[in-house]
Design a protein around this ligand. Structure first.
Ligand code: CP
Length: 305
């Protein structure tokens, strides 16, 4: 989403809205390949459902169970699948830049479904679509005067990077909140503000996007295991939750009409409490729902132009 202008973002989101109100079999008889070399629940499933809604067949390939586990490169895998006659490749990978790299070696469109810490563009679009619908900004998609707080592990988050690019292009003010290793001052170069004080920011925000601690992206060369719930970038999970968790008590500081978002997967009881995630101000389920329409629009745009 970095470098994409507001006009293009609005066109994609409006196309996804048209898929919601008047779906059409834009990919009838075509085949879409899901190449997911990193785990996913929401993105992988919603791309498959979106392609099916457009009349396409879906082939679904994961790292485990494919010849990638025997040492085949992502590029050779992509070229092999392309040779079978697919209309587009949807790629998720651990490596930043993987989708872009693959796109230089195949002729069919490649859609980035999340690459390392870099970008998750369709997540950014679905976040924009969801917040625009909830806050009465559809179809204008004008976020001038809107303050979005992005809280937690911003440094590791491709979701945050796409959200920052998309929402700032549409006029929103963004405040990234977190401890120094997760929300360093260097983020200011992306046109956002940085704060260490969640309590102070909550009273200013029209929307709050909570992020998971991405344990698997921490550590020098040796990824931290999420199940260990220990990471060198914070002192402890308990302290993190006390300072940056959207607890039930802290949610009382939110403005009456402020929205709560989370891209998922959530770690309930760490960055967000059950009572907040499941409250009427939560857009989390609506984000997932929007994902299908956004991916229908993006697939149509990528394949049919
Ligand atoms: N938000 C998101 O990308 O979730 P998945 O990893 O489950 O696809």
């Amino acid at each position: 989403m970095q470098g994409v202008d507001a006009g293009q973002i609005r066109a994609w989101v409006r196309l996804s809205e048209s898929m919601r109100t008047a779906p059409r079999p834009a990919l009838d008889g075509r085949t879409i390949a899901n190449l997911f070399f990193e785990d996913s629940t929401r993105t992988r499933t919603s791309f498959a459902i979106a392609a099916g809604n457009l009349g396409a067949r879906v082939v679904d390939l994961a790292g485990v169970g494919s010849s990638v586990s025997k040492g085949e490169s992502l590029i050779d895998t992509a070229r092999t699948v392309e040779a079978m006659g697919v209309a587009a490749l949807v790629v998720r990978a651990r490596q930043s830049g993987a989708a872009e790299l693959i796109s230089r070696h195949v002729r069919v469109p490649v859609i980035n479904a999340g690459d390392g810490r870099h970008e998750h563009p369709t997540q950014g679009l679905l976040d924009i679509a969801t917040l625009a619908r909830a806050s009465g900004r559809m179809p204008s998609l004008d976020f001038a005067g809107f303050t979005l707080a992005i809280v937690g592990d911003v440094m590791s988050s491709r979701v945050a990077r796409s959200a920052i690019a998309g929402f700032t292009a549409l006029g929103a003010r963004i405040i990234c909140v977190g401890p120094p290793a997760m929300a360093p001052r260097s983020l200011e170069s992306l046109g956002v503000e940085v704060s260490r004080e969640l309590d102070g920011v909550l009273g200013e925000a029209d929307g709050v996007m909570m992020l998971r601690i991405q344990f698997e992206r921490h550590g020098e060369g040796t990824p931290v295991k999420p199940e260990d719930k220990k990471t060198p970038v914070i002192a402890s999970i308990r302290e993190y939750r006390e300072m940056y968790g959207l607890t039930r008590e802290r949610a009382a500081l939110l403005r009456p009409k402020a929205w709560v978002m989370h891209p998922g997967p959530m770690n309930r009881g760490v960055e967000i409490d059950d009572e907040v995630a499941d409250s009427p101000r939560s857009l989390i389920v609506r984000q997932v729902e929007s994902g299908v329409f956004v991916r229908m629009g993006v697939l149509d745009w990528a394949v049919n132009g």
